[in-house]
Write a protein that binds this ligand. Sequence first.
Ligand SMILES: *[C@@H]1O[C@H](CO)[C@@H](O)[C@H](O)[C@H]1NC(C)=O
Ligand SMILES: *[C@@H]1O[C@H](CO)[C@@H](O)[C@H](O)[C@H]1NC(C)=O
Ligand SMILES: *[C@@H]1O[C@H](CO)[C@@H](O)[C@H](O)[C@H]1NC(C)=O
Length: 421
Amino acid sequence: MTLHFYILNPSVSTMARTLLGRSEAAMAAITALLMLGFFIAYQTSVDSSRELRYAMASGANSTLCSCEHDVETAIRALKQHLSVSAVSTAPIRIKSPVTNSLMYLQPGKERVCKDGQIDHGCYCKKATNVYPPENILLSQDIRWARGCKKRRPDAIIPGTMKSGTTALKAYLEIHPAITFPDKELKFANHHKVEEFDEYNKVMPYSTPDQIAIEKTAGYFNRIPVVERLREALPDIKFIIIMREPIQRAVSNYMHMLAIKVKSSGTLPIVKEHSSAPQYEIKSTFRESVLFPNGSLKTANRLLDTSRYVRYLKQWYRIYPRHQILVLDGEEFTQDPLPSLQRVEEFLGIDRFFDEDKFFFNETKGFICLRDPFEMCMTGNKGRPHEEVSDDLMEKLRDHFRPFNRKLVKVLERELSWTNSY
Ligand SMILES: *[C@@H]1O[C@H](CO)[C@@H](O)[C@H](O)[C@H]1NC(C)=O
Ligand SMILES: *[C@@H]1O[C@H](CO)[C@@H](O)[C@H](O)[C@H]1NC(C)=O
Ligand SMILES: *[C@@H]1O[C@H](CO)[C@@H](O)[C@H](O)[C@H]1NC(C)=O
């Protein structure tokens, strides 16, 4: 077994001294410390002879120890060090077992990101003109010192697509306690339960204090994928956002049309199972959802995805309700703050979002982030929507009304749009 010690700051080192000093059995103490888990990171290694090296120094008076021994020797050295060094406010230096370089360990006080960048745990975040911000990976040493690891997601935003999942991610990834991969991973679409060990490899680094979230908007209406997720990640949490169904269908149409044009006519095929509804994308939204005889093409995936309750019922069968948070997409677009605070509460993380973090940009016509840097959503958010004529609107409302009513029953609460028609 190889133990890697690192001391985060002087107050923690005081605690370490107190805990170690009181304990008769060093092993018991160190076990307790490890269970506390927030200042000593440990790594087990199959190679027990692997060199354990650490060096510590307090201020100018340094104690350097390079041990090639076992846990107990390491603890003795740690105790010795802690008893000789006065309770100081000086940063503590430690030798990295990763690169062997000496470094100062006082995260929080030590500046690791340049001006205009935000220290976000394992990355520095830098605002760009358009979303997303740039993530600059911190050095190996700092990552090691901070316990950065690629972890499986603790939470997933599974959809619904075109309901504001990108905006939700854009805000949440600014939260100091949340990390996101840059892109949608769609991991569960392509992996069997036995392959979920690979999930962490595609995730970004996160500190032990951070929650790793993934957004793949297409999971929501792929029930076989949800079943797989349940088997592989039973404790994970989900944040589902639902926009008003007709607006979502129109937005989904614009999105698919853009893909169709770009790929000269080919549409992505939904392969989950043969009966899964497919997209039918014509040159107008009207033509895509309406037969010439005036009936709705209810089997079109554009409309199917918006019948939220049919899918949500299955989610509730597969996962316990308390692991699923449903957000109102219209409310979120109007005013993101209440939804973001609901997410903070749901995930059990510190409150970060408040009114001061946002402003309404009159020119753009939507709310932007002000703090820690200015960020406005761009791109397809501004895509013009096709005007839906009154007769079609009436048909769509009649179609979705009963599904919206059922959704209220299943959710046991109303959303801003569930009873609006
Ligand atoms: C280290 O500590 C000793 C004993 O407290 C002291 O005599 C010595 O001057 C210190 N060294 C430095 C470089 O501060
Ligand atoms: C309209 O046409 C579609 C496709 O041909 C057909 O499936 C549907 O039953 C028709 N609806 C009515 C009311 O005739
Ligand atoms: C609002 O958006 C416009 C257009 O992108 C931009 O030029 C302007 O600086 C923004 N206003 C504020 C107060 O940031």
